[in-house]
Design a protein around this ligand. Structure first.
Ligand SMILES: [Zn+2]
Length: 253
């Protein structure tokens, strides 16, 4: 159900940040045509979430054309009447409903992420990037394209209280307390996957950090997150927003 196409949405930080995340994912080559999604809670105190209009490439997403969907899949606001992707709703609504601590859910089908999702051992803590995720990564087995609403329960059960999930034979998913946090996590996860594949491709003996060092490093990342409240300034995210304002200033429109 589309709403009045002439209605002009109020541009909030959630809209601006989410549109920025779409543009940045495309800028760094992690998009997949019109597929995969990034969603953000529309307001802190409501379950409604914002998601991309159906059929738009990521570089076409703007703060003003994002679609608002309620947790049952009803379109609440659709400025351009484009609708949404049903499979995207299945995955994202499940997590927004189950995890009030999560403001943003970011899912990708990057080549490196899909490749690591196909490995039996999954993501390995081989380097500093990847150690952020050591012992903190969930795995969800592939069930076909996510059109079955019953899969939502299994997705949520597999995710538990974690913020990173490998969707086996499919791709990657991260959660964040803010859009910026989710984007930065995905950027780090992508680098981790690319580095893992590059190391494996050498065929040479791999030097694996021991368990204690990987856990220590993961805890260092966690402490950084714990020490930074979501209301604090985020200089790294601000730097990404400045990048976009230089190269794609229309994202805020
Ligand atoms: Zn997907």
């Amino acid at each position: 159900m589309a709403t009045d196409a002439s209605k002009t949405p109020v541009i909030t930080d959630a809209r601006r940040d989410l549109a920025a995340a779409y543009r940045l994912i495309a800028h760094f080559g992690l998009d997949d045509s019109i597929y995969t999604h990034i969603s953000a809670r529309a307001q802190a105190d409501k379950e409604d979430f914002l998601i991309n209009p159906y059929g738009y490439r990521f570089e076409e997403v703007t703060a003003g054309n994002l679609v608002t969907v309620d947790i049952d899949g009803h379109v609440v606001d659709d400025p351009e009447g484009a609708g949404i992707n049903k499979a995207g709703f299945t995955i994202h609504s499940a997590i927004h409903a189950a995890r009030p601590d999560v403001h943003c859910v970011l899912h990708t089908h990057s080549v490196a992420g899909v490749a690591v999702s196909c490995l039996e051992e999954g993501l390995l803590p081989l380097n500093q990037w990847a150690m952020e995720f050591h012992g903190r990564t969930a795995y969800h087995d592939y069930e076909g394209i996510a059109l079955d609403l019953a899969e939502r329960e299994r997705l949520v059960a597999d995710l538990g209280d974690k913020s990173i999930m490998v969707l086996r034979n499919h791709g990657m998913l991260v959660c964040g307390r803010t859009v910026g946090e989710a984007f930065k996590r995905m950027h780090n996860l992508e680098r981790s996957c690319q580095a893992q594949l590059a190391v494996m491709a050498t065929g040479m003996k791999i030097r694996r950090p021991d368990e204690a060092l990987a856990e220590h490093t993961a805890q260092q990342y966690e402490k950084w997150d714990a020490d930074h409240d979501v209301s604090d300034r985020d200089p790294e995210w601000e730097a990404y927003l400045r990048l976009l304002k230089r190269i794609q200033p229309d994202f805020e429109g």
